[in-house]
Design a protein around this ligand. Structure first.
Ligand SMILES: C[S@@+](CC[C@H](N)C(=O)[O-])C[C@H]1O[C@@H](n2cnc3c(N)ncnc32)[C@H](O)[C@@H]1O
Length: 245
């Protein structure tokens, strides 16, 4: 079975290689931070961290894929940045020094397979952030099966590649995500993964058992504030701001 983040890390990097500087600027404005250490659990190839490094922040990326971390490091070297990259599960790590902010975009937290794993992650994070720090996450609280598939083209090793993302099933609290790549003249590559879904009430219950509270929710593009209630279950891709007590 294909492991996208191990076997095709370069392909992922090319497909998701957009500029996140506007996201970093908005998060800095909302938190009032202009320096310090930013942590990204499940950082992948470090696209969002790079935007913080551009603004002068120190960055720490954690991921369980050494292939993804290697590409993140290459990007930093060619931009003249220095970053800390740690190969670890995000449910269990300890940094030498705490961070001032953490971020986790793109619904990556749905990779954590159970409430127990999410509780462990938040507990681990609370030991690696200063009290009062924010954790900005994109974690949809919805059932994604109704989502339209998304496609876009990108360049990889001199060829135009078509990526199509879809959610093919949603049952028993899990949804199946399918990522399909079409590379001219080659067999298509498919990566399928079961991801845990979260309802609004299940998520609030979990946060109540953690050291974080849900302080605010923002639109992905313009960062306008969104009402925090069950209507979030109909929304897709927005930022939640969790604050560490
Ligand atoms: C969808 S990618 C997101 C990467 C990056 N945050 C981005 O925005 O492009 C998900 C990443 O999470 C990592 N990952 C999944 N489960 C993990 C875990 N339990 N601990 C550490 N990394 C994990 C994968 O290796 C992969 O790099």
């Amino acid at each position: 079975m294909v492991d996208l983040y191990k076997d095709y890390s370069g392909l992922y990097d090319a497909a998701f290689n957009w500029n996140d500087e506007n996201q970093a600027v908005a998060i800095c404005e909302l938190t009032g931070l202009n320096k310090g250490r930013v942590l990204e659990p499940m950082c992948g190839t470090g696209r969002l961290l790079r935007a913080f490094a551009t603004k002068g922040f120190q960055t720490v990326g954690i991921d369980k894929s050494e292939q993804m971390l290697a590409i993140a490091e290459e990007h930093y070297l060619s931009a003249g940045f220095q970053g800390t990259w740690i190969k670890s599960n995000v449910t269990d790590f300890a940094l030498e020094n705490p961070c001032n902010l953490a971020v986790c975009p793109l619904n990556s937290l749905k990779y954590l397979p159970s409430s127990g794993a999410m509780e462990k992650h938040l507990s681990t994070l609370s030991c690696n952030l200063y009290p009062g720090s924010s954790y900005f996450i994109q974690l949809d609280l919805s059932q994604s099966a109704k989502i339209e598939k998304e496609s876009w083209e990108f360049e990889f090793e001199g060829q135009q590649v078509l990526i199509t993302w879809s959610c093919t099933d949603c049952t028993d609290g899990f949804e199946t995500h399918l990522t399909h790549f079409e590379i001219p003249g080659k067999k298509a590559i498919e990566y399928e993964k079961r991801m845990k879904t979260w309802s609004f009430s299940e998520w609030l219950d979990l946060l109540n058992r953690s050291s974080f509270e849900l302080s605010a929710v923002y639109d992905l593009n313009n960062f306008s504030q969104i009402v925090v209630d069950e209507s979030l279950e109909h929304k897709r891709l927005y930022w939640q701001q969790l604050t560490l007590g």
